[in-house]
Ligand binder design. Structure first.
Ligand SMILES: [Zn+2]
Length: 459
């Protein structure tokens, strides 16, 4: 008997809202406390009370700074959490930016919807789960740690954070006791990404809680992906169109800049202006420079010798809205802006000015969830609504899938096998993906569990 209880409070039957509770002897530890995102029926779960008493949680271990892993932390604190939040120092910095942005956007949205409801006489919207003030409160509980591999004593557990290779500072979690050990994968990174190093192999463990985002498919190789990307840019610039790239502010935008810089230096694409129109992405560039110890060896060395891997003469970082508007009349340029799924942000202005131009290209380099404008465009809608106006889609639409920050199916299977775990919980995946992954790692002597939301297990 291992004498512990584990319960699943998110990312169990979906990919968002990661939150797992493990209870052993006198210690109650949460791993991640993420926001549910996507469809309305998912987002409504952010308003439901936790099924545990927040004030009794001793520690929260945060695997990385994506909103679907850290986005409910302000709610947890609001509900009485007074423990310690442990994560790497880079994750803390990313989580700060991500949570402040989320708090601000949620409040702005709420105020706009409330005004509209008053005007139309319709029912008032639900107030957001938190605003900026609650985000600021939650920062008091963070206890960031530097680097990977150290044993940190947390109550009845020994905790070790290992490099997950997903985004800067990301970690997978190993919890050890005299009775058993358990590994929580968090999000695991794809190999050969340009900025973050490959994930570490896992230690041997008795229990494993593993993500399955891409449990059903393999990615194209990085080289193939870059060559696809290069081709679209060359063709679009040749016909004097603009290349508009909706990109996530955390790591994808920086990866794209790094790739463009290299392609331009090697003269594989013509010299052309590149505009980064995302204040949040610019902030993440600074975080990356500050925490270069978490980046690939070659980038770390560049920074150490005083070079800037994210700067080149063609790149212009847009500071304010006026500057952003000045791009509208340009042609033959590359524009990177957020949000990555086109459900808000400055990308909407650039789409408004380019989506109807035959010579321009809209290049999608990240996942597009159902219900977003990005998904509508990718799915081939002929007309789309952007900020209240309808536009014909005449630009060429291109989806480049290979820039994933998640492990592909074969790498996941290999990683799981290395743990030699006899009990494997598959989480953080659509039903299809986790069922397929289950088939691939099923074997004698191993129990595989696909937990549903709020289920709990005792061993
Ligand atoms: Zn993630």
């Amino acid at each position: 008997m291992a004498n512990f209880r584990i319960s699943f409070h998110g990312a169990s039957g979906g990919v968002t809202g990661s939150c797992f509770l493990i209870e052993y002897k006198n210690t109650r530890v949460l791993v991640d406390c993420g926001l549910f995102q996507g469809l309305k029926e998912d987002e409504i779960k952010n308003y439901e009370p936790f099924r545990f008493d927040s004030s009794t949680i001793n520690y929260l271990i945060l695997t990385h700074g994506h909103l679907d892993h850290c986005g409910r932390i302000p709610v947890l604190v609001k509900k009485g959490f007074r423990g310690r939040i442990i994560c790497t120092d880079a994750t803390y910095d990313i989580a700060r930016v991500v949570l402040l942005d989320a708090g601000k956007l949620k409040c702005e949205d709420y105020k706009r919807q409330k005004k509209e409801a008053y005007r139309k006489g319709s029912p008032l919207p639900l107030p957001p789960p938190y605003c900026t003030i609650e985000v600021l409160d939650s920062f008091d509980y963070f206890s960031p740690t530097h680097g990977y591999g150290r044993i940190i004593k947390i109550g009845d557990f020994d905790l070790v954070l290992h490099n997950a290779g997903h985004i800067i500072g990301s970690a997978f979690v190993e919890l050890k006791t005299n009775d058993f050990n358990i590994v929580f994968s968090g999000d695991l990174g794809n190999k050969n990404k340009p900025l973050t190093p490959d994930p570490q192999p896992p230690p041997k463990s008795d229990f494993l809680v593993v993500e399955s985002t891409y449990g059903d498919r393999d990615h194209k190789s990085f080289e193939e992906t870059v060559s696809e990307f290069r081709k679209v840019i060359v063709e679009t610039i040749k016909r004097k169109g603009n290349v508009v790239i909706p990109a996530f502010a955390v790591e994808r935008a920086q990866e794209i800049i790094y790739i463009l810089k290299n392609l331009m230096e090697k003269k594989e694409i013509p010299y052309t202006k590149v505009f980064l129109d995302s204040p949040m992405a610019s902030e993440v560039i600074n975080i990356m420079k500050r925490h270069s110890v978490y980046l690939r060896e070659e980038i770390k060395n560049e920074i150490k010798t005083g070079k800037d891997p994210f700067d080149f003469s063609a790149l212009e970082i847009i500071e304010d809205v006026e500057e952003s508007k000045s791009i509208n009349n340009m042609s033959g340029v590359i524009i990177i802006a957020g949000s990555g799924m086109c459900n808000g942000g400055r990308i909407l202005h650039h789409l408004k000015h380019n989506i109807w131009k035959e010579e321009s290209s809209i290049v999608f380099v990240g996942f597009q969830a159902v219900g977003t404008l990005g998904r509508e465009i990718v799915d081939g809608k002929e007309e789309v609504d952007i900020m209240g106006n309808t536009y014909k889609v005449r630009a060429s639409i291109c989806t480049i899938n290979g820039f994933s920050s998640h492990m592909s199916r074969s790498e996941l299977v290999e990683w799981i096998e290395r743990t030699r775990a006899s009990k494997v919980f598959i989480v953080h995946g659509e039903e299809d993906a986790r069922n397929k992954l289950m088939e691939l790692v099923k074997k004698e002597g191993r129990e595989i569990i696909l937990p549903q939301l709020f289920e709990e297990y005792t061993f």
